[in-house]
Structure formats: structure tokens, C-alpha cells
Design a protein around this ligand. Structure first.
Ligand code: GMT
Length: 373
């Protein structure tokens, strides 16, 4: 198949999923064309089946907001016609689904019929999409999609609850490349970070309010009173400065902010516990990456997290904001009597999301959409 993939090419989970999906499809022989405003972060190597088409937006003094959606739709038209694509697959509904619909209608006038699939990732529904400023367009473009997928059952339920949806939504969970995300022998890192054999707790996110990073700090500060441990915070975003100030006030010497890291799996390889305390989380890809590196997870019960984190096996699922329970569960997991069992449980759970299991779901979904179109 020749597929055009549209996504946000930056650090966000939806862009990572889209890029990894494209890479895996290309490995299986499909021809994949990324249509984005910059080179996707994880697409920095050569594969004859992978193409990258850059969307550039012209500025003009009249525009306070340059019209990205028009440039994207125009680029989709251009790439579909010139590369003879079979299918468009857009990740994150806003504004990719409406741009795809516009491209599809333009292509029709040129005698080219192409279906498009929209994958819902989370905040395109739970925050940005359902806001009154966007909702009518998001509802319309989901209903006009030839296929719709959501990354968890919870996200599907949320979409049906908040939007007037008249098309079926298929749940296809996110996935993990176990060749990349696996425990690596990086003991020298552990020694450098935890010289006295402390336990290593880790959190990665984009430091937005919905991640409740303050809960991560609160949990860690209680845990370290009982279990000698260190906390690494990976990523960057609007709340980081506030979190650095908070860390300074509470227990700074055991907390380090590392900023954005490309090879996050190297740090995960020496970690003992991952904290994901989010208020909203449609899937929790960062937690899956941790599990694949044999790191148990304490998560909140937001969104799709209970579908990922296997209670009592890969970690524990706690009420959003229930710091006391998170502390108790963390201390339990970090106990040497329990830790290796939880590490095995985390890996076992991650294996269920192996890209090799999930990729065929996308391929057969593509096939069914093409047949219906
Ligand atoms: O977590 C974010 O804020 C980034 C966001 C995105 O769109 O890139 O992530 C969403 O999509 C990921 C991939 O499907 C999911 O793993 C995240 O759970 C989801 N984030 C939220 O729902 C908040």
C-alpha cells in the first residue's frame, strides 16, 4: 500500500506513534509518505520506502495566524496526485482530519477518490477537540472520515460521550518496538546516579498541567523517607520551572531534571519505578516504554491507563491525586522482596503491546477501509 501519514512531528506521543507506525509499515514493504511541517523526530535514517514531504506555510502581513490547515490540505492534494497514494492516515484530529476532508473533496474534483483514516490520540478529544472553539469542525471531520481509530477503549467512550458521532470507532492500542525499548546493560549510569545503591524513580512527560508532575514530586518525597532513592524527571514543558521551584523547596538533592532526552530507554534501563500521575491520559505511551524496559509503573486511573497498567502485576493503578496510596504502593514495589516480580510483570505486560501484534491490526483496518471505499 502507498500511505500518506500526517502527524505532529515533535516530541508528543501522537507523533511518536505515527512515526513508529510508518517505520514499521515501511519495513514490511509498504510505501510511506510523511506529510508534516518538519522532519519527524524519530525519522532520521534512510529507508527506500520512507518519504518526507514538508508542509511550508507562507506568511503574509495580513495574517495574525498563518493558515496551516490550507497549506497542509494543499500539500496532501499534491502528494496524493504525484505519488499516487492509496490512503491517507491522519494522527490527532485537530486540524488534520478537517484538512484531510478538504484535500479529499479537492481530489474528487480532479477525478481522484482517496479514503482517509483519522486516529484519535487523546487531547484532540478530551481538551482541544471538545472545546466549543473547535467542536463543530472536529465532530464533522470525524464523521466524514472513512475510518476512525482510537488508542484506547476509554478514549472511544469519551469521544462517543462528548461528540455526536455517527461512524464506528475501532480501538487499536498503541504499541512498542521491543527491539529498541528493552533493558540494556547500563549499570555505569546507575552507579553514577545512585552511588549508594539507592532506588531510581523516573518520570517522563511534556510537563503540562494535565500530567500533575507536582504529584510525582509529592510521592517521591514521601517514598525517599522510607526507601533511599533518587528521582529523574525527563522532558520539558510549561510546568517545568514551577516544578523545579517546588523540588528546591522540598527535597532538591535527590531530584534531577534532565530535559528532553532522545535515548530515554538508556535511563529506563536502570530505573526501578516509573510514575505517571496524570489527570488525563488516553493511553500512556511513556508508561509502556518504561514497562518494556522492565520498569514497574504507579499510575493514576486516568483515561486509558487502567487498560495498560496491570493492577498488582505491572504496577498499581491509583485514584487521580491519591498521593498517599501511590506512596504506599511505591514503597511496596521498591521493597527488594517484590521488585523483581514487578519488573517481570511490567515486561510481560509490555509484550502484549508488541508492534508485531498491533501492526497487523492497522494493516487489516487499512484493507477494510480500501475495500469499502
Ligand atoms: O500526552 C500528551 O500531552 C501528548 C499527546 C499527543 O497527542 O501527542 O499524547 C496523547 O497521545 C499519546 C499517543 O497516543 C498517548 O499515549 C497519550 O496518553 C495522550 N495524552 C493524553 O491523553 C493527555
Amino acid at each position: 500500500m502507498k500511505v500518506g501519514i500526517v502527524c505532529y512531528p515533535t516530541y508528543g506521543g501522537s507523533g511518536v506513534v505515527a512515526t513508529e507506525l510508518g517505520k514499521s509499515l515501511a519495513k514490511k514493504g509498504h510505501e510511506i509518505h510523511f506529510i508534516t511541517y518538519s522532519q519527524p523526530t524519530r525519522l532520521d535514517f534512510f529507508n527506500p520506502n520512507l518519504y518526507y514531504h514538508e508542509v511550508s506555510v507562507k506568511s503574509y502581513p495580513l495574517f495574525q495566524y498563518p493558515p496551516y490547515e490550507l497549506a497542509l490540505a494543499s500539500k496532501m492534494v499534491d502528494v496524493v496526485l504525484n505519488e499516487k497514494l492509496d490512503l491517507l492516515h491522519v494522527h490527532y484530529a485537530v486540524p488534520h482530519a478537517s484538512a484531510a476532508y478538504m484535500a479529499q473533496q479537492i481530489l474528487k474534483t480532479k477525478g481522484c477518490e482517496i479514503p482517509f483514516i483519522t486516529t484519535l490520540h487523546g487531547t484532540d478529544i478530551t481538551i482541544v477537540g471538545k472545546d466549543a472553539t473547535n467542536e463543530p469542525v472536529v465532530t464533522f471531520s470525524i464523521n466524514k472520515s472513512d475510518g476512525v481509530t482510537a488508542v484506547s477503549q476509554d478514549l472511544k467512550n469519551d469521544t462517543l460521550e462528548h461528540f455526536d458521532i455517527s461512524v464506528p470507532i475501532e480501538v487499536i492500542p498503541n504499541f512498542i518496538d521491543l527491539e529498541r525499548f528493552k533493558k540494556q546493560p547500563k549499570e555505569h549510569f546507575k552507579k553514577a546516579i545512585c552511588p549508594n545503591d539507592e532506588k531510581l524513580v523516573v518520570h517522563t512527560s511534556n510537563f503540562r498541567k494535565v500530567k500533575r508532575v507536582d504529584d510525582v514530586l509529592k510521592v517521591f518525597c514521601e517514598v525517599r523517607k522510607v526507601v533511599p532513592s533518587k528521582l529523574l524527571l525527563i522532558g520539558d514543558g510549561p510546568e517545568r520551572k514551577k516544578m523545579e521551584d517546588m523540588a528546591r523547596d522540598i527535597c532538591t538533592e535527590d531530584i534531577r531534571f534532565l530535559g528532553k532526552l532522545e535515548a530515554v530507554e538508556e535511563v529506563l534501563s536502570v530505573s526501578d519505578l516509573f510514575l505517571m500521575t496524570s489527570e488525563k491520559e488516553s493511553f500512556g505511551l511513556a508508561a509502556l516504554e518504561a514497562m518494556a524496559c522492565e520498569v514497574p509503573v504507579i499510575s493514576s486511573n486516568a483515561g486509558g491507563l487502567p487498560e495498560l497498567n496491570n493492577e498488582g502485576k505491572s504496577g498499581y493503578v491509583c485514584e487521580i491525586g491519591d498521593v498517599d496510596t501511590m506512596v504506599k504502593r511505591a514503597i511496596h514495589i521498591l521493597d527488594n522482596k517484590n521488585l523483581s516480580t514487578f519488573k517481570k510483570g511490567a515486561l510481560a505486560r509490555a509484550k502484549e503491546f508488541d508492534v508485531n501484534n498491533v501492526l497487523p491490526m492497522y494493516e487489516s483496518f487499512y484493507q477494510s477501509v480500501l475495500e469499502k471505499h
